[in-house]
Design a protein around this ligand. Structure first.
Ligand code: HOZ
Length: 445
C-alpha cells in the first residue's frame, strides 16, 4: 500500500510549511491528520489508504460536474498532446473569452489569468488605474485571494486560523483599504460621504462563501450598485466562487445586477489553474498593451487549462443543469436542518445554486458577526464524525460547501443518514435533551 495519511503528513511537514500548500488543508482548526488524496471520480474522493469519501469540498468549487468528468479529461488529454504551454495566443483562448462574454453580458472584454488571486489583484490595479483613485472598499469576512491590499479582515484560511490580517503586509499597503460590514449598506453610505471621490472600487463576494455562506441582504447589492454609479466608483463582483455555480450567469444573473468588473475562476478552469477578470470595455482597454495598467503572465491562457474550461462550460450548458444542481443542494440543505432538529442540535443550513453553508447555530447568519458566532467545538466533532463515516466536508467552519451534478439523491441520502448518526452521537455526548430518532431519507421528501 502507498504511504498512510499519518506518514505523508509527517514527511510533508518536514519539507512543506505545515505539510500543506494552502493553509485550510492542514486541519488546524479541527485537529487531526489531513487526508492525502490520491484520486477522485464523480462525487467521491479516495485517500492513499484506499478510503472513499463523499466529497463536499469539490476542490473548493471547480468540480461542479463531479470529479474527472470523462469529456473534460479527454479535452485535457487532447490539448496536452498538442503542447503544454506556448506563451503565445491561441484560437482556444479566443473561443473561451467569447464563451465567457456570451454568457455574462457585463463582460465586454475579458483577460485570462491563472488564479483567483491574480484576477482580483489585477482587477483592483485596473480600477485604481482607470479612476486614478487610491482607495478600495472590501467587506469583513470576504476573501479575495492573497494580494497585499486585500488581506485585511479576510475570510477563508485567515479566519479559520484566527488571525484575519496577515503579517508581512506593510501598513502603507493597506492604508487605502476600507473594511466595512457585509450587508451593512449604511456603513458603505457613510464611507462614500467621507471618502467618495477617493474610492476606486468596491469589491464584494455577491454571495459570501469564505466566512461560510452568507447571502446578501435584500437591497445590499443594489445599494452598492447605486452608490458606485453615483460616485464614479467601479463595482467589482468577485465571482470566483459563485460564477457558473449559483446559476448560468452567476450571482450577477441571479440578482440582476451589472457590475463594472467581474473576477472568475474555479469552474471556468474545470479543475485546472485558470481564472479571469473582465467587464466594461472602456475600463478593460486601460490594460497593457492598449493602456498603461500592466498585467501579464507566462501561463495566462494556458492551452490545457483553457481546454478543461471550455469542455466544462459546454457541459453545464445542458438544459436544466443549474436547476438540477440547485435541487440537489436544497435536498442536502433541507436534510441537514432536519437532522439537526431531530437530534436536538442547533444546526442550520442554507444553499444557493450549487453551494451551501452549514452552521452550528440556530439560524443561518446574515453578517460576519453572526457567521462567526458558531459552536466551533461542535463543528470539529461533527467534522471528524462525518469524516470517519466517509463524508468529506470542508475542515473549517468558515468555508462554503459545494455540491456537484453527480451528487444524486442516493449520494445525498447516504450523506444524511451518516450525518444523522453523527449528530445523534454528538447530542448524546452533550446529554442534549430532546434527542429524537435517526433521520432517514424518507423523512426528507
Ligand atoms: N482559500 C480556499 C477556500 N476558500 C482554499 C484553497 C485550498 O486550500 O485549496
Amino acid at each position: 500500500m502507498a504511504s498512510t495519511n499519518d506518514q505523508l503528513f509527517a514527511r510533508g511537514r518536514k519539507v512543506i510549511p505545515g505539510g500543506v500548500n494552502s493553509p485550510v488543508r492542514a486541519y488546524q482548526a479541527v485537529g487531526g491528520v489531513p487526508r492525502f488524496l490520491r484520486r477522485a471520480s464523480g462525487p467521491y474522493v479516495w485517500d492513499g489508504e484506499g478510503t472513499r469519501y463523499i466529497d463536499y469540498v469539490g476542490s473548493w468549487g471547480p468540480a461542479v460536474l463531479g470529479h474527472a468528468h470523462p469529456d473534460v479529461v479527454q479535452a485535457v488529454r487532447q490539448a496536452a498532446v498538442d503542447g503544454l504551454s506556448f506563451g503565445a495566443p491561441t484560437e482556444a483562448e479566443v473561443v473561451l473569452a467569447e464563451a465567457l462574454a456570451a454568457r455574462l453580458p457585463s463582460l465586454e472584454q475579458v483577460r485570462l489569468v491563472s488564479s483567483g488571486t491574480e484576477a482580483t489583484m489585477s482587477a483592483i490595479r485596473l480600477a485604481r488605474g482607470y479612476t486614478g483613485r487610491p482607495k478600495l472598499i472590501k467587506f469583513e469576512g470576504c476573501y479575495h485571494g492573497h494580494a497585499d491590499s486585500l488581506l485585511v479582515k479576510a475570510g477563508s484560511g485567515l479566519l479559520t486560523l484566527g488571525h484575519p490580517d496577515s503579517a508581512g503586509v506593510p501598513r502603507a499597503f493597506i492604508e487605502h483599504t476600507l473594511v466595512l460590514g457585509y450587508n451593512d449598506l449604511d456603513g458603505v453610505r457613510e464611507a462614500f460621504v467621507r471618502h467618495g471621490d477617493q474610492i476606486a472600487c468596491v469589491i464584494v463576494e455577491p454571495i459570501a462563501g469564505n466566512m461560510n455562506l452568507v447571502r446578501p441582504a435584500p437591497g445590499f447589492l443594489d445599494g452598492l450598485r447605486e452608490l458606485c454609479t453615483a460616485h464614479g466608483t467601479l463595482l467589482i463582483f468577485d465571482e470566483v466562487m459563485t460564477g457558473f455555480r449559483v446559476g448560468p450567469q452567476g450571482a450577477q444573473g441571479l440578482f440582476g445586477i451589472r457590475p463594472d468588473l467581474t473576477t472568475l475562476g474555479k469552474i471556468i478552469g474545470g479543475g485546472m489553474p485558470l481564472a479571469a477578470f473582465g467587464g466594461r470595455r472602456d475600463v478593460m482597454e486601460r490594460i497593457a498593451p492598449l493602456g498603461p495598467v500592466y498585467q501579464a503572465g507566462t501561463l495566462s491562457g494556458n492551452p490545457v487549462a483553457v481546454a478543461a474550461g471550455l469542455a466544462t462550460l459546454r457541459l453545464i450548458d445542458a438544459p436544466g443543469f443549474h436547476e438540477r444542481l440547485a435541487a440537489q443542494t436544497q435536498r442536502l440543505v433541507v436534510g441537514l436542518r432536519e437532522c439537526g432538529r431531530r437530534a436536538g442540535v442547533p444546526l442550520s443550513a442554507d444553499g444557493v445554486g450549487g453551494m451551501f453553508g452549514l452552521y452550528f447555530r440556530a439560524h443561518a447568519p446574515a453578517s460576519f458577526a453572526e457567521a462567526t458566532a458558531v459552536d466551533l467545538n461542535a463543528f470539529a466533532a461533527f467534522f471528524h464524525g462525518c469524516l470517519s463515516r466517509g463524508i468529506y466536508f470542508a475542515p473549517s467552519a468558515f468555508e462554503a460547501g459545494f455540491v456537484s451534478i453527480t451528487h444524486d439523491d442516493d449520494v445525498i441520502d447516504r450523506t444524511l443518514a451518516e450525518v444523522s448518526d453523527v449528530l445523534l452521537t454528538l447530542a448524546r455526548s452533550r446529554a442534549a435533551p430532546e434527542a429524537g430518532g435517526r433521520c432517514s431519507a424518507g423523512m426528507l421528501r
